[in-house]
Design a protein around this ligand. Sequence first.
Ligand SMILES: NC(=O)c1ccc[n+]([C@@H]2O[C@H](COP(=O)([O-])OP(=O)(O)OC[C@H]3O[C@@H](n4cnc5c(N)ncnc54)[C@H](O)[C@@H]3O)[C@@H](O)[C@H]2O)c1
Length: 341
Amino acid sequence: MFEVGIIGLGYIGERHLKKFSELKQVNIAAIADKDSQKLRKYADMYPAAGHFVDYRLMCGTKRLDLVVICLPNHLHTEACITALNAGHHVLCEKPLATSVAAAERMISVASSNKRILCVAMNFRWDFFGPDIFSLKRIIEEGGLGTLYYIRMKYLRRVTFSPSGAHRWNLFKKFSGGGALIDLGPHMLDLAMWLADNYDPMSVKGLAYNGLIKYADVDDFASGFISLGSGIDIQLEVAWSCHNEPLWEISLFGEKGGANVSALKPPGDRVKLYSNHEDQPITLPLEKEVHAICEGASLQEHVVTRLNARRIPDCSADKALQVMRVIEAWYRSSKSRTERFL
Ligand SMILES: NC(=O)c1ccc[n+]([C@@H]2O[C@H](COP(=O)([O-])OP(=O)(O)OC[C@H]3O[C@@H](n4cnc5c(N)ncnc54)[C@H](O)[C@@H]3O)[C@@H](O)[C@H]2O)c1
């Protein structure tokens, strides 16, 4: 069996627990949370799993094939390093860290321990998938020609109550930032993954505290990123805004273009545009799409790749490039100038 330990049993920790436990080859071997009430609830649901208030004890005493870090952002670095130094492979939640320097340190610890550190880029599977894997294949086969522009929007109407909320996300010292560092990693990763280029060259970005005035973090951000391959990306993210909710990707290529909407149901998410057709075509879902993405979920992909001693397609190296964009974006917003990476 593939033994998994999960640290942090909040919103996303619960999802990982469910998804990993659905995999036949996986055993939830250990869980950890400093909140003993939460821990008891999940210990009752997973009685065979060792349960720990202190994750250091879990990492030091259990034989695990993978540790999944689902803690607030400011704790990712220390928890990942603890798990890596204890000899475990690690799947960390996004953002990998709250700074580029911390992310580099984590990658260096993974490398010195010969362990794999990867990051939970689940949007490919959970919200844009499985359709986006078929689109990725079309791009790789040259179906859209050379891509030159990618426009991304993830705008929510309300994430936190306008009158006040008490979540760690709303404090910069715990989160590292607001909507940009929260939603940005997923969208930037998707753009660079579709562009097949994790080489950001420059960022001109803005981050606003438009509506959530009681927090010291941004709730709206807009930026322009140039990649080394020549593709430019425009991204807007919002936790809250007075505008239409959007969650979509638009690709512009020399032979064709595509529109992908996470707000549409699977099988209806991708529309293709070209000179050959007057109307856009809805991309049919490939029967074998799960073979392309090696797993029907991020969790299955990670387990499949680790079992085969291969790095999952959501490596910490890629997440580091995403982090470099986000850090430069915040600097760009402060100075109101373009930043070069
Ligand atoms: N991939 C996604 O789609 C997605 C979605 C939501 C959140 N996230 C990420 O997941 C991470 C967690 O977010 P969340 O919304 O689940 O947070 P949460 O507040 O719901 O859960 C965090 C959990 O960590 C526990 N915890 C805090 N400090 C701890 C410590 N020192 N030791 C052990 N346990 C501790 C808390 O008790 C809580 O149960 C964040 O990094 C966030 O960015 C990812």
